[in-house]
Design a protein around this ligand. Structure first.
Ligand code: FAD
Length: 413
């Protein structure tokens, strides 16, 4: 019997599902509401700066096995760049101190015992809290699992958890933080190299994926928003796209790789996360000063991470909900005053752009964690994918891609 899998949503979860199904020779149609694939992980031409930028700076780690396997499948591993080792540069705006955290390659955390490699003003025994968070997180928040103060917290745990969980760490799920740390820090420096798409997110994650899908006969339909699903006898029977509809055959399946609020509207009775956190990115058109590494963590500032690209410096601020109402120019000026100080650049504001994503990710607190659904649904031929589904990972590229792999496996079964 001929069989088609309809993937709804062309973000990384949908692309990942479609790629894995195409790889196994399945017949796949990908339906994307927008005119572009990539969802929350894409590049676009910004008219204000007159340059192509990403919707937000994205970092993956060398231990993100699903993301790396996705890049390998589409031949885009070389589009990611990072330091040779797990090295992270930091600056503390409170006292101007700069340091480099060097995790080394080994599984054993020797760096903790080296004053030259660990966080300044911390002692080896301070790091025991990391072990406690990783192996005994409990069911509550990070704030309930470990003390959220002191040099190690402010200079390492807070910047890392803010960036990866997109939530104020004391409120974030300790279990989620523990999984993240076990898959990265505890697995050794080899899994912690930060990797950035040096020519933009679309050139790494999206364009080569679309090329792979095309070469494998997958139909990709842009501007094709799914409006409703009709159900019959415990399964999806018809997909209504407004201007046209698809009648599903008895063996056809649907992978819903859309945001949680859209999935909840399409699937009656589905419970999904319903709280979100914002991320702000501020971009400056300015030549990359050679004194600045490609990625710098900033402590005790509004700025959290500075990314340096040819012709542009870009700042990321996670859990940025309180900045959503700040006038754009005020935000740009405040961030630039910090960046200029760190990079040794003139105080005059260069051409800038502020990009704020109000619903950048779901909130990663224990209540929202409990609302993340499994991939299988009560409808026999409907499967969920998305960074917000129950992957056990924070809502990241790795979670999105892994959810797509899992959905493809279920659809193939
Ligand atoms: C500013 C920012 C910075 C980030 N930084 C990082 C980072 O550094 N590292 C990291 O790992 N992750 C980061 N993330 C998270 C990462 O971008 C996401 O986890 C990932 O892109 C989610 O992919 P997804 O496919 O699950 O969802 P989405 O990207 O939201 O994809 C859903 C897709 O479904 C489409 N759609 C919606 N409704 C319909 C419909 N009815 N019919 C058809 N299509 C529909 C949408 O148009 C969209 O393309 C960041 C996110 C943001 C916003």
């Amino acid at each position: 019997m001929s069989r088609t899998v309809h993937v709804i949503g062309g973000g990384l979860a949908g692309l990942s599902a479609a790629l894995r199904l195409a790889q196994s020779g399945a017949t796949v149609v990908l339906h994307e509401a927008g005119s572009q694939a990539g969802g929350r992980c894409r590049s676009y031409h910004d008219a204000g700066l007159d340059m192509t930028i990403d919707n937000g700076n994205h970092v993956i780690l060398s231990g993100n096995r699903s993301a790396l396997s996705y890049l390998e499948l589409i031949g885009a591993t070389d589009r990611m760049r990072g330091p040779a080792g797990a090295d992270f540069n930091f600056v503390d705006l409170a006292d101007g101190e700069r340091w480099q955290l060097r995790l080394g390659d080994g599984v054993l955390p020797w760096w903790i015992f080296s004053t030259a490699r660990r966080v300044p003003h911390t002692r080896a025994r301070d790091y025991l809290v990391l072990a406690r968070l990783m192996w005994r997180p409990g069911k509550g928040t990070v704030g309930e699992a470990i003390p959220c103060s002191g040099a190690l917290y402010e200079r390492l745990i807070e910047p890392i958890l803010l960036a990866t969980l997109n939530n104020e760490p004391p409120l974030a799920s300790a279990r989620l933080a523990a999984t993240l740390m076990r898959e990265t820090l505890a697995a050794g420096g080899r899994t912690c190299r930060p990797l950035i798409a040096h020519d933009g997110l679309s050139s790494a994650f999206v364009d080569p994926a679309l090329a792979y899908l095309k070469a494998h006969g997958v139909t990709v339909r842009f501007g094709h928003e799914l409006h409703t699903i009709e159900f019959d006898d415990g399964r999806a029977a018809r997909l209504d796209f407004g201007k046209d509809a698809v009648q599903l055959g008895p063996a056809d399946a649907v992978i819903l790789a859309v945001p949680p609020n859209v999935a909840a509207r399409l699937l009656p009775g589905l419970t999904t996360p319903d709280a979100f956190r914002a991320i702000a990115n501020v971009h400056f058109r300015v030549e990359w000063p050679m004194t600045l590494p490609a990625m710098t963590g900033v402590v005790h500032g509004l700025t959290q991470w500075i990314f340096a690209y040819p012709g542009r410096l870009s700042v990321t601020i996670s859990a940025a909900d309180t900045l959503m109402q700040m006038p754009r120019e005020e935000l740009a000026r405040r961030v630039w005053s910090e960046v200029a100080k760190i990079a040794g650049l003139p105080e005059a504001l260069p051409p800038w752009q502020v990009v704020r994503e109000r619903r950048a990710t779901i909130a990663t607190d224990p209540r929202q964690e409990a609302l993340r659904p499994q991939a299988a649904t009560v409808w026999r031929n409907v499967i969920l994918a998305g960074d917000w589904t129950a992957t056990g990972l924070p809502p990241t590229i790795e979670s999105a891609i892994r959810s797509g792999e899992r959905a493809a496996r279920l659809a193939a079964a």
